[in-house]
Structure formats: structure tokens, C-alpha cells
Design a protein around this ligand. Structure first.
Ligand SMILES: Cc1cc2nc3c(=O)[nH]c(=O)nc-3n(C[C@H](O)[C@H](O)[C@H](O)COP(=O)(O)O)c2cc1C
Length: 457
């Protein structure tokens, strides 16, 4: 029994799908990246299914893959998140709108303004996915010759977060008195000038926007490294994990919740000691639904077969850190010697090949499509797995990736959601008005003004 535990569900919206072969699947919408009417239908369907949030990734450069893989991928391009989410805010009422924004290539004053605006426009539904931007090509689009070193990007991110949240607190919630009689529009005692001077940033403030409806938009993070996990533990309210299986999920969950509890977080997080319930861990999960498990597996096999070998093999070589392209694609993996490349990804791939008896071609298509956590089965078997993750503290919910759209999204909302609701592990109705309320997160107090609790709206 899961008791009162409830799943939280985000929708990971690469509009065509995360799966590289998806745009070729029968019935898929290959042009969904820039098809606004389709995106409108997708988000309205998600809202019908009571999803917590629509999540929009952002990469600031075309993905850095070899051109032979890139030319076959729909994941190359997508809308700028704020433009899209502002438009989607006006055709929805409840669902959260999470935009990705980079602390490496943007300015905190810009970011604070955009999220405050989205939060007001949407009536308190904005979330900020803080990324430090791993793609080295992004540096070349922003006047740099090379990217800032990994850990230093996280040092900047921590300072950036302090500045942005400080700017959101520029006005007390009740600063705008708008007293027609006296002619006072706002109370000058209730405006704070940040005057931030730090290692990476210098920002005077105040922000020229009223405090966001949620106080602060919900803070989301997806860092996997030591520095990334520390930033998540110190600042995040939602973590997008990339756990490959339940065992890895549990280890990640215990690690992050442990860091959150810990009174000291090291260089990236001087003081934590937060309530572990104030951070929701949502691994990304590809969900393929069928009438039977066999039918769902067949869909997955069909999807993977649509990934061209040329692009699959490039991804497999990079995951293994070893070139296997000169071996017979229809034979099995040779012995892979240890290399300097990531050990975790090499071992995961070799284990997958052995477990599922995959040839090099099948493995390349799997890794080149989407190699992460996947639930492939019937609504019941998928709900069983999700419930197990919830009960065994593998996660607090999932960031759902649809295998192809619209069918994969419709299947999830029409078939899996009712099964989760029947088991009492997912909401029948939205609990509150804001993303924060629906996620069960408290509204942060204004750090400069103690008393105010109401919103300025
Ligand atoms: C579900 C998920 C979504 C992500 N979305 C983005 C994104 O939109 N933009 C981006 O630059 N990085 C994105 N990332 C990458 C992370 O921000 C991070 O760089 C990555 O997990 C590696 O961790 P590290 O930065 O701690 O090394 C995402 C990661 C995950 C797991």
C-alpha cells in the first residue's frame, strides 16, 4: 500500500518526442516542434489528465552530434521556451509551465523578469529549470571561444540563484497600495534594492516587476555530477533525475534527500538542513502503452527500428567510449576494453545488451533512440511499476516522455492516468491554483519583508 503518497507528473515535452525515431512512426507529427495548434492540443490534453507541469527543455545551440546523426534527428530544433509557454499559458488554467533557462549564458536580471512575467501571466504556474548548459557549442553562440569549466559554472549558478530570488523579493507582497485618494501607487518602505556584488555577478536592482504570484516560481534542477547534485540539494524543489532503473533511482533518491537533510553542503551549498519533503524527485521515464505487454514491446521495437543505423552507431560508440562500427552489425558486442570514457554508461550499455540479447544493430538503435528508463507494458503493468517506485522511494513521481505524439500522450492520459487514479496514487482534481500548491510546496517568505503573506494580484 502506498498510504497517502501521491505521484507528481511532469510531461517532458520535446514536441515530437525524446525518441530519435519517433517522427517516422505511423501517425506521428514530424512537424510538431513548430506546430503551435498541435502544441496547444497537447497541453490541453495534459491538463485534462491533471499533469502537474509541461516541461520545456532548451539548449542554446544545435545539439552537438555528428552531422550524419544530426540530419536524421527532430531533436535539433525547438521553440524558445518563454515565447511558447506564454502563449500556452493563455489556453490553459491549471497546468504548470516549466521553462529551462541557463545561468551560464544569461543575465539574472533578464531571467528574473521573464519568470516573474510568466508567473503573473499564468496566475502562478511558472517553474524555472536551472541549467548550467553542458553543450560546448553554446559558448560559440554567446561570444566565448570555449565554455566555462564545469564546476565553475555551478559556482556561478549558485550565486545566480541568490540574485534571481533576491530580485523576485524586490517588492513586498503588499507593496502596491494603489491608493487613489492619496495618490500613492506603492509604499516606498516596501521596496528593496538588492545591491549585489559577487564573484561572477553585479546587480543593483530592484526588479521592475511585482513579486511573483508564487513568491518565487518553482525551482527545478537536473544536475547529475557532484556539483550538480549539491546545487539541486541546496536550491531545487523539483529534481529531474535520469535514473536507468529502480536500484539507481533509489540510490539517487537517498543521496539527494540525504544532502537536503544535511546541515552543511560544502562549496556549492553552505547551509542546507531543509525538509526532505520540500524537494520532489522526478526521473525521466519513456512510457509505451499497449493492450498487452507483447503489443507494447512490439511498438518499442518498431520505434527503435526507425532509428537509422548511421545515427545509432554514433551514439553507441560514444556511450561505450569505444568504436564498434567495424564489427558485424548483426553480430554481438565484442569484449570492450576499459577506456577513459564514462564507466557508468559503458557498463549500463553492456549489461543491457547481455540482458536483452541485443545485436550491435539493435543496441545502436536502442541507445540512439532513448537509452534511459522506460516503462513498456499495459496500463496495469505500468501503474504497478510506478507504484513500486513511489512506495520504495525510487521517486516522488516521473517526468513522462511520450514515445510519439499525439498517440503516446493520448494513451497515457486516457489509459494510464485512470489506472493511477483508481489506485489512489494520483489526483482526481488539481489541489490548488498554483504549480507550487499542486506540488505540495510552501510559498517562500520574502527575505526582506517579514510580514506580508498575500499576493499583489
Ligand atoms: C530530464 C532532464 C532534462 C534536462 N534538460 C536540459 C535542458 O533543457 N537544457 C540543458 O542545457 N540541460 C538539460 N539537462 C542536463 C542537465 O542540466 C545536466 O547538465 C546534466 O544532467 C549533467 O549533469 P551535470 O551538469 O551535473 O554534470 C537535462 C537533464 C535531464 C536529466
Amino acid at each position: 500500500m502506498s498510504g497517502s503518497k501521491q505521484l507528481k507528473l511532469g510531461a517532458f515535452m520535446r514536441p515530437v518526442s525524446i525518441h530519435t525515431g519517433a517522427w517516422r512512426y505511423p501517425g506521428a507529427l514530424p512537424d510538431a516542434n513548430f506546430n503551435f495548434p498541435a502544441l496547444k492540443r497537447f497541453i490541453q490534453k495534459l491538463e485534462q489528465g491533471k499533469f502537474d507541469a509541461f516541461f520545456m527543455a532548451d539548449h542554446l545551440a544545435v545539439l552537438n552530434m555528428p552531422i550524419n546523426a544530426l540530419k536524421r534527428s527532430h531533436t535539433v530544433t525547438s521553440f524558445e521556451p518563454f515565447t511558447l509557454l506564454s502563449a500556452l499559458a493563455s489556453v490553459t488554467e491549471h497546468i504548470g509551465l516549466v521553462a529551462t533557462a541557463s545561468t551560464t549564458y544569461d543575465q539574472p536580471y533578464h531571467i528574473a523578469r521573464r519568470f516573474a512575467s510568466l508567473d503573473h501571466i499564468s496566475g502562478g504556474r511558472a517553474g524555472w529549470n536551472i541549467v548550467t548548459t553542458a553543450n560546448p557549442d553554446a559558448a560559440l553562440n554567446f561570444g566565448l571561444e570555449e565554455q566555462i569549466e564545469h564546476d565553475e559554472r555551478y559556482v556561478r549558478a549558485r550565486e545566480f540563484y541568490e540574485v534571481v530570488t533576491g530580485l523576485w523579493d524586490s517588492f513586498a507582497d503588499d507593496a502596491f497600495v494603489r491608493d487613489v485618494e492619496s495618490g500613492i501607487y506603492f509604499d516606498p518602505e516596501k521596496i528593496h534594492v538588492l545591491n549585489h556584488q559577487g564573484k561572477h555577478l553585479s546587480v543593483r536592482g530592484p526588479l521592475n516587476i511585482a513579486r511573483p504570484v508564487q513568491g518565487w516560481p518553482v525551482i527545478v534542477q537536473a544536475g547529475a555530477s557532484e556539483a550538480g547534485r549539491q546545487l539541486a540539494a541546496a536550491t531545487a524543489e523539483v529534481v529531474f533525475a535520469s535514473a536507468g532503473n529502480l536500484e539507481m533511482g533509489k540510490a539517487f533518491y537517498a543521496d539527494i534527500k540525504g544532502r537536503v537533510r544535511s546541515p552543511s553542503g560544502g562549496r556549492f551549498a553552505p547551509s542546507l538542513g531543509r525538509d526532505p519533503d520540500s524537494i520532489k524527485i522526478l526521473p525521466g521515464a519513456l512510457v509505451v502503452v499497449g493492450e498487452t505487454v507483447a503489443e507494447a514491446r512490439a511498438k518499442r521495437v518498431h520505434l527503435d527500428s526507425l532509428v537509422h543505423y548511421e545515427s545509432g552507431i554514433a551514439s553507441l560508440n560514444s556511450a561505450l567510449g569505444y568504436d564498434v562500427s567495424h564489427f558485424d552489425p548483426d553480430g554481438y558486442l565484442p569484449e570492450i576494453p576499459p577506456t577513459n570514457a564514462g564507466k557508468t554508461s559503458r557498463e549500463r550499455v553492456i549489461a543491457m545488451a547481455q540482458r536483452e540479447n541485443l545485436t550491435i544493430r539493435q543496441l545502436a538503435q536502442r541507445i540512439g533512440s532513448y537509452g534511459g528508463l522506460a516503462f513498456v507494458g499495459t496500463p496495469q503493468s505500468i501503474a504497478d511499476e510506478m507504484e513500486q517506485w513511489l512506495i520504495e522511494e525510487g521517486s516522488d513521481g516521473f517526468n513522462i516522455m511520450f514515445p510519439f505524439l499525439p498517440e503516446g500522450l493520448n494513451d497515457f492520459v486516457d489509459k494510464v492516468i485512470p489506472e493511477l487514479q483508481r489506485r489512489g496514487i494520483f489526483r482526481q482534481e488539481y489541489e490548488g491554483k498554483t504549480l507550487r500548491e499542486n506540488l505540495g510546496l510552501t510559498r517562500p517568505a520574502n527575505r526582506f519583508f517579514q510580514t506580508a503573506t498575500t499576493s499583489v494580484r
